[in-house]
Design a protein around this ligand. Structure first.
Ligand SMILES: Cc1cc2nc3c(=O)[nH]c(=O)nc-3n(C[C@H](O)[C@H](O)[C@H](O)COP(=O)(O)O)c2cc1C
Ligand code: SF4
Length: 481
């Protein structure tokens, strides 16, 4: 029987559990920080000394933790890229912008257990020799910002922040910065620009990799809220225990937001890869199945920018058999394990962990029009393919959903979408706006084509004027006189 494995959300929904520090301390809060600060330097057989922070970084790498913000990049590897020799300060930013449609997990953590995120953040800062860090929180999360500011005050009062934290020599300040209310503020380099007080225009990489040239042109780590919570648990339980959760290369737990046409929309924490998409949608402990009498039509598996899956789609995936050998196995979409690698192998991604379920009552043309309107609105406009392409796609979809479609619109949409991704844009927003169009139109081509054809047939034939039109030359002559 599939079930939730609550590590990060262990206490969040317990009756009486409050976001204040007393409650957090009563539930073992800040013990992981004490443990992390207490790690003594270790001398290796080769005579090299490894500091406490270095050991912590090593643990995070060994744990296999992959970022929960969208790209699923190795957290330990990201930390290893940080330029530690520049002599400049190193900054850490918690990305709490959470604006990918279909994703609503970070908000739960911020509202219900802010100290858990702070503890993970302080440990991550200690591990990376950071003394000034920021929480960049989505502008609309006014309540979240209030809760976080109070949590910071409480943490300062108890010396979990500030100078000589818990009697150590370590000093750290954290500030909350409220976002500018745009989706692009969640992209790490756009976020950094916004934090510097500018418009959130993403920076080009190279050279502006945050690990080298980030905030104020200093080495910077940007991590998602949930990723930083996982760091706290890795410090508490050790990399080996953490890696027992989940599946190889897809370790730990992750919080999945399920929305759309299910009976029990909500957020669920599961071991990565231990449950399938079908279980997440249909099992009574998760989505609880579709509304009565309805059939599944499509699933977006990782937030609105992930490529859509069509019900019944099949994929050939490489799986490891009981003898350890890799075998190719055909899996139906609902049988796909919900992990980073399986979803990429199936041509989509688990992204920010937002599953959007669509039953057979869904008009996919309307659904895509809705998504594309969002991306056209949110493009920052720096790159022509993204700025123009997202708008043209939204316009074509607006036509198709307002009785003005054309037979050629399906091909036209694909043509535009195919010309946005693939290194033609500064940031991954280009992919984010093109992938839904590419996948929806390819997988539901009949519906898009039929809509355009029906609109064309419905249009009134042009009524010719009874009087013959004057020739262009005659018109010009008439004007000249
Ligand atoms: C257009 C766009 C929007 C993004 N929005 C968010 C967001 O709201 N929250 C987030 O954590 N990451 C977001 N990301 C990913 C970040 O750029 C970055 O990869 C992430 O914060 C790194 O954290 P992680 O390694 O812990 O996942 C976005 C990326 C793109 C391209
Ligand atoms: S891809 Fe789009 S959002 Fe990203 S920098 Fe270019 S125009 Fe802006």
């Amino acid at each position: 029987m599939p079930q939730e494995t609550r590590l990060i959300l262990k206490y969040a929904d317990e009756p009486g559990y409050a976001p204040d520090i007393e409650c957090y301390l009563r539930h073992g809060g800040y013990e992981a920080l004490k443990k992390a600060l207490g790690i003594a330097p270790k001398t290796l057989p080769n005579g090299k000394t490894v500091t406490g922070p270095e050991q912590l970084r090593d643990e995070v790498t060994k744990s296999g933790l992959r970022g929960r913000g969208g790209a699923g990049f190795s957290c330990g590897l990201k930390w290893s890229f940080v330029d530690r020799k520049s002599g400049k300060p190193i900054y850490l930013i918690c990305n709490a912008d959470e604006s990918e449609p279909g994703t609503f997990k970070d908000k739960q953590i911020l509202h219900k257990d802010p100290h858990q995120m702070l503890e993970g953040m302080i440990i991550a800062c200690y591990a990376n020799d950071v003394h000034l860090a920021y929480i960049y929180i989505r502008g609309e999360f006014t309540e979240g910002a209030r809760i976080l500011n109070r949590a910071l005050q409480e943490a300062r009062a108890q010396n979990f922040l500030g100078k000589n934290i818990l009697g150590s020599e370590y000093e750290l300040q954290i500030h909350v910065h409220r976002g500018a209310g745009a989706y692009i503020c969640g992209e790490e380099t756009g976020l950094i620009e916004s934090l510097e007080g500018k418009r959130a225009y993403p920076r080009i990489k190279p050279p502006y990799f945050p690990a080298v040239l980030g905030l104020y042109m200093c080495p910077t780590i940007v991590n998602n809220v949930e990723t930083l919570c996982a760091v706290k648990h890795i410090a508490a339980m050790g990399a080996a225990e953490y890696a027992k959760l989940g599946t190889p290369n897809n370790t730990g737990t992750r919080i999945v937001s399920i929305s759309g046409h299910v009976k029990r929309p909500g957020y669920y924490e599961v071991e990565v890869g231990k449950v399938t998409i079908g279980e997440l949608i249909n099992d009574p402990v998760f989505g609880g199945g579709l509304r009565d009498g309805r059939k599944l039509k499509a699933v977006i598996p990782g937030g609105s920018s992930a490529k859509v899956f069509k019900a019944g789609e099949k994929f050939k995936l490489k799986r490891r058999g009981p003898d350890g050998k890799e075998v190719e196995k055909e899996l139906e979409m609902l049988e796909l394990p919900y992990d980073f690698d399986s979803l990429i192998a199936a041509g989509s991604m688990s992204g920010s962990g937002g599953i959007i379920v669509m039953d057979d009552s869904t008009d996919v043309v309307e659904a895509l029009a809705n998504i594309s309107e969002f991306y056209a609105h949110e493009s920052c406009g720096q790159c022509t393919p993204c700025r123009e392409g997202s708008l043209w796609m939204a316009k074509a979809l607006h036509r198709l959903t307002h009785g003005q479609g054309r037979k050629v619109d399906a091909d036209y949409l694909i043509k535009i979408a195919d010309n946005i991704p693939g290194g033609r844009t500064i940031c991954a927003f280009g992919e984010a706006c093109a992938w839904p169009v590419q996948s929806f139109v390819a997988k539901f081509k009949d519906e898009f084509a039929a809509r355009g054809q029906a609109d064309e047939e419905r249009k009134q034939p042009q009524v010719e004027s009874a009087a013959p039109k004057p020739k262009l030359q005659e018109q010009m002559l008439a004007k000249a006189h």
